[in-house]
Design a protein around this ligand. Structure first.
Ligand code: ATP
Length: 929
């Protein structure tokens, strides 16, 4: 057991060291110990998936029907019915298999990563490749990937509630414990499945995969929630309702048919076929397919959906609340201004390249101008400021073949770059002035402090001293300063000086710069900083009475595509809200630049929000576009207020403390690159590029998926209504069966088969992001859909009856009559499929060839139909006869009216809509908020 040994013997036993394993050794161990994953329950095999297609009651009824026909000597009917059952099964299987693949893909994309040290180098690898002996780095928000022994820690606290139920995080230590210490008290161990709540540390892995103590709890991130969506639920209900109605009608007509003298077997088979055709039994499955395929398209647009039902929510989003740094902006920080010794300097240079100058002069410009004077990197004030900036810092800078790269937080890296411009290299500083303790940054404290010993000091009054360096939000740092480093001396910080500094902060923030302040405090010998790390001395006791050393102002340019994305949101009736820990003025300046903050909009800070009563806040919430200096907990309040007003809220987050907000939002969105494991687990969707624009693409896909699902469902509905009406009216009006049972089954198979699949891949149309968000209260099938169903279903019926009357008048035999009606229905439904590419736009305005899948689907169906009508063997099976060229002509002309009339209606309503829309745009540019 590793908890009772000191670190060196743990290393010995695990045959590893501080530098970690070498790659070959790691590979060997991976083979020996297996992957760091849990043996999942046996996956649903392909065979099982196939068999599951035949488990529905309707299929069972069909099988019984075929047995009955076989027993009564109707072998052909029996065979054809069985064949259609088989085909339906294959089709269902292919669809579900594709959806299943899409979900599997997501699972592999969301599997977690860990940072390991191998051969002395840090690198990120999939957690499944970890082996015993690997050294891993742990930081706030990480899900612990395997059981491990702590070898280094800075205030490391681990949330073990997933194991113990205890919600207070456990402080971890590196010391060995006596043998026999109970598992819960082994505070030098961390366990797979728990999460880092605070601080950071290093640990050596002792057990992986199924060997971990609580292995079964890990691996949360790789799971995709597949609970049924509200849409599927309501479709289920809808399906049952239609099913019951159909059975009543069909049974009634079948009995009537027998009274009218039709053979009972015919009526039985026909009743079964019609019921099968009319009951939308496949709907929920087809919806899953629609969602699954949509989800796969979203992956291409950098959005990983973790909970399938949220795809629906996504399409209905009213408000997107987004973090600023990294999501709306590029998170590529560059220090452009310094405020030291009572003056503002500009810092030149590009990106992370550590070359640049410190200039006094024309602050309107960023480059060197005539008349500017250089301030040497040796200036003592500059050095003290930048020394703190580089030491109180966890990031670093590297020169690689293709340029300068950073590791760590870009805000901190920008400071490392600025220090390097003054000749202060972080790597060298770290060696010379080692860090003894630290108080890590948190979004709540908005500051960070380190304790360094300045042995062979920088050649000034800090030499050989133990110094605390702090950096953080200006008001926080200033609040803890009583002195200032000015004109080479430490002086008292007067209220006037504080005022002057605050004005500087405002001036820098006004230029959309992110402002940070710096301070330091030398300690007397005898002070032991470890007591701060261990919590013995509270942070406030050391982060007080500090010396102010200066300010930095850094630029974080907005992401280029974000402006357009925000405009798209506006057109789509979606409000964008910025939520940031940054300064109010900086946040407002950037929000204005991006088009988030408009003339009459409000900006609220966290403390202003605290002072508002719930009611007061709710009255304002719709007008607030920017929340600045907020804590993660404020996000919850914003969500609640918006939800109370009936809005569907999407919220982004990346930190551990964002998890509650991500859960509470209708759509919790985590950051794939910078996000912590904990935030990802709490989210419904992960952005693989951390980019706001990807949220907007996802919303568009979400709307499109919903639109496509709705369209193919209504398509099916129109077809089914047509089929039932035709048969009903023909029997009642002419005492004729216009379609044979097998023909009805065939129609059902091909209309429910290929075209809906093709409709589910219809690309987004131009109007998708110009409409208001869907009202979630409103069901899928509204009056509009029912009208369309009855209208188009009625039209197909009229066409069929015309053919029927024509055939009767011409004295055609019943076979021929049925073949003609049969062909008409199939063709008419193919024309109808084109209608449902969009419920409002003409197919020609969408581009006739933009959905190639549908063209192939329709052509395949027509070829199949030609075979059924002309191939002798199939004629025998389906009771068809050949049709003449002119008969085809008439049928085709009739069937095409299904398409032509809908196109005309779309044209007329489209004109009306656009007139209405113009008025709307004139009256208010924001339809909803
Ligand atoms: P967003 O919420 O938009 O992602 P943010 O990154 O500005 O914004 P936080 O990370 O909570 O939000 O930072 C809040 C403030 O804390 C910053 O404005 C800055 O002043 C300070 N800060 C940020 N990073 C550090 C750090 N590493 N050390 C010390 N202070 C920091």
């Amino acid at each position: 057991m590793y908890y009772d040994q000191d670190i060196s013997s743990v290393f010995g036993e695990l045959r590893t060291s501080e530098k970690g394993l070498n790659p070959e050794d790691a590979e060997k161990r991976l083979e020996e110990y297996g992957r760091n994953e849990l043996k999942e329950k046996e996956e649903a095999s392909i065979f099982k998936l196939f068999i599951s297609q035949f488990k529905s009651i309707l299929i069972l009824i069909l099988v019984i029907a075929s047995i009955v026909s076989a027993l009564l000597g109707e072998a052909v009917d029996a065979a054809v019915i069985l064949f259609t059952v088989f085909l339906a099964g294959v089709l269902g299987f292919v669809q579900e298999y594709r959806a299943e693949r899409a979900i599997e893909l997501l699972k592999s994309l969301t599997s977690p990563e860990a940072t390991v040290i191998r051969n002395g180098n840090e690198k990120k690898i999939p957690s499944t490749e970890l082996v015993p002996g690997d050294i891993i780095l742990l930081q706030t928000g990480d899900r612990i990937p395997a059981d491990a022994r702590i070898i280094e820690e800075y205030n490391l606290k681990v949330d073990e509630s997933s194991l113990t139920g205890e919600s207070v995080p456990v402080q971890k230590v590196t010391d060995a414990f006596p043998s026999g210490t109970s598992e819960a008290d082994r505070k030098n161990m961390v366990y797979a499945g728990t999460a880092v709540a605070y601080g950071r540390g290093k640990a050596v892995i002792t057990a992986t995969g199924m060997k971990t103590s609580f292995g079964e709890l890990a691996g949360l991130l790789g799971t995709i929630e597949r609970s049924r969506t509200p849409l599927q639920e309501s479709l289920d209900k809808f399906g049952r309702w239609i099913g019951a109605a159909t059975i009543v009608i069909v049974a009634f007509v079948a009995v009537l048919g027998v009274f009218l003298g039709f053979p009972p077997l015919d009526m039985f088979l026909w009743g079964v076929a019609l019921a099968v055709a009319a009951i939308p039994e496949a709907l929920p499955a087809v919806v899953t397919v629609g969602l699954g395929l949509g989800v796969r398209r979203m992956v291409k647009r950098h959005a990983l959906v973790r909970k399938l039902p949220s795809v629906e929510t996504l399409g209905a989003t009213d408000v997107i609340c987004s973090d600023k740094t990294g999501t709306l902006t590029q998170n590529k920080m560059t220090v452009e201004r310094l405020y030291v010794n009572g003056q503002t300097l500009k810092v030149t240079g590009v990106g992370y390249n550590p070359e640049g100058e410190f200039l006094k002069g024309d602050l309107e410009k960023n480059s060197r101008e005539d008349g500017d004077t250089e301030v040497s990197g040796n200036d003592i004030h500059l050095r003290v400021l930048l020394l703190g900036a580089a030491l109180c810092n966890d990031s670093n800078l590297y020169n690689e073949e293709d340029g300068w790269k950073i590791r760590g937080d870009p805000t901190e890296a920008a400071l490392v770059v600025a220090a390097a411009k003054a000749g202060l290299e972080k790597t060298e500083l770290d060696l010379n002035y080692p860090r003894l303790a630290e108080i890590p940054f948190s979004s709540e404290s908005k500051r960070m402090t380190t304790f360094n010993r300045l042995e062979d000091g920088p050649g000034n009054f800090l030499d050989s001293r133990l110094v605390a360096f702090s950096k953080g939000a200006p008001e926080v740092i200033l609040g803890s300063c009583t002195k200032i480093f000015l004109d080479g001396e430490i002086k008292a910080l007067t209220p006037e000086m504080k005022q002057e500094i605050s004005e500087q902060v405002k001036e820098l923030a006004d230029q959309a710069l992110r402002v940070m302040a710096f301070s330091f405090r030398p300690f007397e010998e005898g002070f032991s900083p470890e007591r701060v790390s261990s919590g013995e001395i509270p942070a406030e006791k050391v982060e007080e009475d500090m010396v102010f050393s200066g300010l930095t102002g850094m630029r974080d340019p907005p992401r280029e595509e974000v402006k357009a994305a925000i405009r798209t949101c506006e057109d789509a009736g979606i409000k964008t809200v910025m939520i940031t820990g940054d300064h109010k003025i900086t946040a407002s300046a950037i929000a204005r630049e991006l088009g988030i903050l408009k003339e009459n909009d409000l900006t609220l800070t966290g403390s202003e929000l605290n002072s508002l009563e719930d009611k007061e806040f709710e009255d304002k919430v719709e007008r607030v576009s920017v929340y600045a200096r907020v804590y993660p907990a404020h996000k919850l309040r914003v969500i609640e207020a918006l939800q109370k007003k009936g809005y569907v809220v999407a919220m982004t987050g990346d930190g551990v403390n964002d998890a509650p907000a991500l859960k509470a939002a209708d759509m919790g969105i985590a950051m794939g690159i910078t996000g912590t494991d904990v935030s990802k687990e709490a989210s419904s969707m992960i952005l693989t590029d951390d980019n706001f624009a990807s949220i907007v693409s996802a919303v568009e896909e979400g709307r499109n998926i919903f639109k496509n699902i709705k369209n193919f469902i209504v398509y099916g509905l129109t077809c089914h209504i047509g089929e039932v009406l035709i048969v009903l009216i023909a029997i009642l009006g002419w005492q004729i069966l216009p379609l044979m049972a097998v023909q009805i089954l065939w129609i059902n198979l091909i209309t429910d088969g290929l075209p809906p699949m093709a409709l589910s891949v219809e690309p987004p149309d131009r109007g998708l992001m110009r409409q208001k968000p869907r009202n979630v209260e409103e069901g899928l099938i509204t009056r509009r859909e029912i009208t369309a169903g009855l209208g188009i279903g009625g039209l197909i019926t009229v066409q069929a009856l015309i053919v029927l009357v024509w055939a009767l008048d011409s004295g055609f035999p019943i076979n021929k009559l049925q073949t003609m009606v049969f062909t008409l229905v199939v063709l008419s439904e193919m024309f109808n499929a084109f209608n449902w590419r969009s419920d409002r736009y003409s197919v020609f305005s969408l581009g006739f060839f933009t959905n190639k899948a549908l063209i192939y689907a329709v052509l395949t169906t027509i070829v199949l139909q030609l075979m059924v009508v002309y191939v002798p063997f199939l004629q025998f099976a389906f009771g068809t006869v050949s049709l003449s060229f002119s008969e085809w002509g008439v049928i085709l002309a009739l069937a095409s009216t299904t398409f032509i009339s809908v196109e005309i209606i779309k044209y007329l309503t489209g004109r009306k809509d656009s007139r209405k829309n113009m008025n709307k745009v004139r009256h208010s540019s924001r339809p909803r908020l």
